[in-house]
Design a binder for this molecule. Structure first.
Ligand SMILES: [Fe+2]
Length: 332
C-alpha cells in the first residue's frame, strides 16, 4: 500500500495504459500479472503488474474489474468474505442465534425456544452467528486436565441435528427461507485442523464447512442494508462500543456470549451494536476451561426486522428455560 502515495501516472505512457485496458478486457486472462505481461509483451513482475494496473486506471480514469473475483490476489480463499443480502420492499425478518456450541451431553433450553419462536414468526432468514460447532478435541488450547472430551463426530452429529431443527422450525411451505452461517472461530477449527494436520486431504469430500452443512451459506460477514453481521471483531468489555464506533454502521457480533446493545450517536445519526448472546448455558460441560470462574454470559438470541431504513431489534433473553416474546411466554 506504500505505493499509493506515489504518483503512478508517470509509470507508463497513455498508449501502454490503453494496451493494458484492452488486453485486460479481452477476458482471456485470469490474473493481473498475465494480463499486464501480455499487454506489455514481456514478463512483468507481480508488484510491477499491480502498479501498472493502478497507473492504467488512473491515466484512463477507469476501473479495471477484478479478473479473479477477489482483487489482485491470485491466492485461493476458503470462504466468501461478505455476502450481501438485498432487502425486499416489505419487512424482512432475521432470527439470529449465535454461539450454540452444540453437544450431545446437554440440551439447550434456548435452542428449543429459538425453534418455537422461529415456528411462530416464520422469519425470512435464519442466521447462525458462528460457533455452532464446538470442536472440543481439535482446539489449539488442548484438553483441560483429564476432562472428558466429546468426540468430534458426536459434536458434528449434534450440530447437524440441531441446525436442521432450526431450519425445519422456520420453514414455511411456499416461502423462501435464507440460511446463513457466519463462520466462528470454533466452526473454523475443523478446516484449520484438516488443512494443517492432513493437507493432502484438500479437495476431498466432507473437508469443508460447506460440505458438512450443505444447506447453509457460509461467509465471514454479511451485510443487510446498513448493518454488518459477523462472528467477532473487537474484544473486551468495550467490544460492542468499539464495533459500533469504528464500523460506522450498525453491527451484530457473537463470540463473547454477551447479550446487549450499545448505541453511538454522531452528526450522522444513531447506529447500534448488538452482541448476540449464546444459546448454550454457562456452567455446563463444554465450558470446564472456565475453571468455574463466573462468566459474564447471557443466554438468548435476537430477532431483527428490517423495513426501509428502519431496524427493529428484539432481544430474547432465556432464563430458567423460559422467555417472554411479544407478550407471550415460551417454555423449553
Ligand atoms: Fe467464538
Amino acid at each position: 500500500m506504500g505505493h499509493r502515495n506515489r504518483p503512478t501516472t508517470s509509470l507508463i505512457s497513455y498508449e501502454t495504459a490503453n494496451k493494458i485496458a484492452t488486453t485486460w478486457n479481452t477476458g482471456k486472462y485470469n490474473t493481473c500479472v498475465e494480463a499486464v505481461s501480455a499487454a506489455m509483451g514481456k514478463e512483468v513482475k507481480t508488484r510491477n503488474a499491480f502498479a501498472y494496473r493502478r497507473a492504467a486506471e488512473e491515466i484512463l480514469g477507469i476501473e479495471l474489474k477484478s479478473l479473479t473475483g477477489y482483487g489482485d490476489r491470485s491466492i485461493k480463499i476458503a470462504h466468501p468474505e461478505r455476502i450481501m443480502v438485498d432487502l425486499p420492499q416489505k419487512a424482512f425478518v432475521v432470527l439470529a442465534t449465535s454461539d450454540h456450541h452444540y453437544t450431545t451431553r446437554h440440551h439447550w433450553d434456548a435452542h428449543d425456544i429459538a425453534c418455537k419462536i422461529a415456528d411462530a414468526i416464520k422469519p425470512d432468514m435464519m442466521l447462525i452467528g458462528g460457533d455452532a460447532l464446538n470442536g472440543d478435541t481439535i482446539s489449539r488450547y488442548g484438553r483441560t486436565g483429564w476432562e472428558e472430551q466429546e468426540p468430534l463426530a458426536d459434536e458434528y452429529g449434534a450440530t447437524s441435528h440441531y441446525t436442521e431443527e432450526l431450519r425445519a422450525a422456520a420453514r414455511k411451505p411456499g416461502k423462501k427461507l435464507l440460511l446463513k452461517w457466519l463462520i466462528g472461530n470454533h466452526d473454523h477449527r475443523i478446516e484449520k485442523y484438516l488443512s494443517s494436520q492432513a493437507p493432502m486431504m484438500e479437495g476431498m469430500p466432507g473437508t469443508t464447512l460447506e460440505e458438512l452443512f450443505p444447506r447453509w451459506d457460509f461467509s465471514w460477514s454479511m451485510q443487510i442494508g446498513d448493518m454488518i453481521f459477523k462472528h467477532r471483531w473487537h474484544n473486551g468489555i468495550h467490544a460492542a462500543y468499539n464495533n459500533v464506533l469504528r464500523s460506522g454502521v450498525n453491527m451484530y457480533t457473537g463470540h463473547l456470549h454477551r447479550m446487549h446493545s450499545v448505541p453511538y450517536t454522531d452528526y450522522r445519526g444513531t447506529r447500534w451494536a448488538y452482541e448476540g448472546g449464546t444459546l448454550a448455558e454457562p456452567g455446563t460441560l463444554p465450558f470446564e476451561y472456565l475453571e468455574h470462574n463466573p462468566a459474564n454470559w447471557q443466554t438468548g438470541f435476537w430477532v431483527f426486522t428490517f423495513e426501509g431504513d428502519q431496524i427493529a431489534a428484539e432481544s430474547i433473553r432465556v432464563e430458567d428455560g423460559r422467555t417472554m416474546f411479544r407478550g407471550k411466554v415460551y417454555k423449553a
